[in-house]
Design a protein around this ligand. Structure first.
Ligand code: C5P
Length: 232
């Protein structure tokens, strides 16, 4: 897998999602299916998008006791997605269990990446609500190292942290970075953001882009702009 732009298809229904993807005609963008769409439509939306030839990042961010996560990951491994994820905050033990559950009897499995801190979380909110009083960067690096030690393939992190994650965890440890905005675009609820060009510069492996593409007047043009800036 090389550098790519993943479109966050945060839509409430199959109908809206497939209508959105229809606009791309011959192109097959890498698609992220999140909680909203998965909870609305269930596994059938994964099968339908996969059958159209898209690669899929199933972004369900699991976080529960190790045994529950292991069993849930075993179910997700049957969906033939390309990337799954969980919260690193669930501990190294939970991440190890997840990896075991995700691995099929023939040894194959989707990539598994961990969310470090959500890109919507500010230093202030982390201190106030989570009672974590370390600098954000230290927290993210520590969670990333836990994920690596558990055998995971990479992390979801802010593009602002991708370079440091690579230096701490190695160049082949994947950084998947949401919180991407065009220089002339709205930040919305994201706090720690970067442009696609800057994300390329600092070495993100994948950028996850939602509203800058899905809410654009011309989503296909916005996707092409993202790819031009990020992949070149
Ligand atoms: O619309 P926007 O570009 O902000 O969408 C970002 C996507 O990435 C959303 O689907 C969000 O759930 C997801 N995400 C995130 N921050 C993380 C992990 C996932 O924004 N740390």
């Amino acid at each position: 897998m090389g550098k790519d732009v993943i479109i966050a298809c945060d839509f409430p229904s199959e109908e809206k999602t497939l209508a959105f993807l229809d606009q791309f005609q011959g192109k097959k963008p890498f698609v992220k299916i999140g909680m909203e769409l998965f909870y609305a439509e269930g596994p059938s939306i994964v099968h339908k998008i996969k059958a159209r030839g898209h690669r899929i990042f199933l972004d369900l961010k699991l976080h529960d006791i190790p045994n529950t996560v292991k069993k849930s990951m075993a179910v997700l491994s049957g969906l033939d997605v390309d990337i799954c994820n969980l919260h690193a905050a669930g501990t190294t033990e939970m991440m190890r269990a997840a990896l075991e559950g995700l691995t099929r009897p023939d040894g194959t499995r989707p990539l598994l990446i961990a969310v470090t801190q959500l890109t919507s979380t500010s230093q202030e909110a982390m201190e106030r609500d989570l009672l974590i009083h370390e600098p954000m960067e230290k927290v993210v690096m520590s969670y990333a190292l836990n994920a690596k030690n558990a055998g995971l393939d990479g992390v979801v992190c802010s593009p602002l942290e991708a370079e440091r994650v690579h230096s701490v965890c190695g160049a082949s440890f994947l950084t998947v970075t949401p919180g991407v905005r065009f220089a002339d675009g709205d930040k919305g609820d994201q706090k720690r953001v970067m442009t696609p060009a800057q994300a390329k510069e600092i070495g993100s492996d994948y950028i996850v882009v939602g509203r800058p593409i899905t809410a654009a007047a011309d989503p296909v043009a916005a996707y092409a702009r993202c790819c031009a800036e990020f992949i070149g």
